[in-house]
Design a protein around this ligand. Sequence first.
Ligand SMILES: O=C(CO)[C@@H](O)[C@H](O)COP(=O)(O)O
Length: 228
Amino acid sequence: MRELREQVLEANLEVVRRGLVLYTFGNVSGISRTDGLVVIKPSGVPYERMKADDLVITDLDGRQVWGELRPSSDLATHLHLYRSFSEIGGVVHTHSEFATSWAQARREIPPLGTTHADYFYGPVPVTRKLTTAEIEGNYVHATGVAIVECFGNRDPLEAPAALVADHGPFCWGRSPDEAVHNAVVLESIARMATYTVALRPDTSGVSQALMDRHYFRKHGKTATYGQS
Ligand SMILES: O=C(CO)[C@@H](O)[C@H](O)COP(=O)(O)O
């Protein structure tokens, strides 16, 4: 777990270097599937002071098995994603400005160009609004449930991000560093989508043929989106 703690620390520091978070916003975690254990950022600790030993380890039910500090307040969302999406190895939550703006507008990000299609096969989905009962109840877990729901039967690695309505983006990948990479790309395509829609509100976006061409040549795999 020492190596995973170092990877998760590095991934947390990378979201700061990439300008995706301010102060103590955001969090990154990673999972060891063989041990069934998750390493996550501690809650509220400034990134510039964070050390690998400050990271917290829990099991998939959220029981803390290592660390003195409290785990990130978003832990239950990360855990639900790990339980639901068995292929993922890292989760990132940020409040990056353009992706968060689409989340606050409660709009999915449509595939408007090949930059999007290289990384996200189809739109980046947005969740439904949480109910008052969910917000007053197990809010953080309900956030994870809403993310998984908005994926339906799409492959979560074909569009490794979701926008949580009124909140912000969650991204994931096969590892913590791949999840951060996807969060950086998401912010870039969210920025371009904002400008594109401002310049041409009636844009129709990329054709299915262009999206297929770009996504498949980059990933070399078979589509599931749009086939079910
Ligand atoms: O979503 C939020 C707040 O809305 C989080 O990103 C927090 O800002 C980070 O909390 P910790 O991970 O430090 O508990």
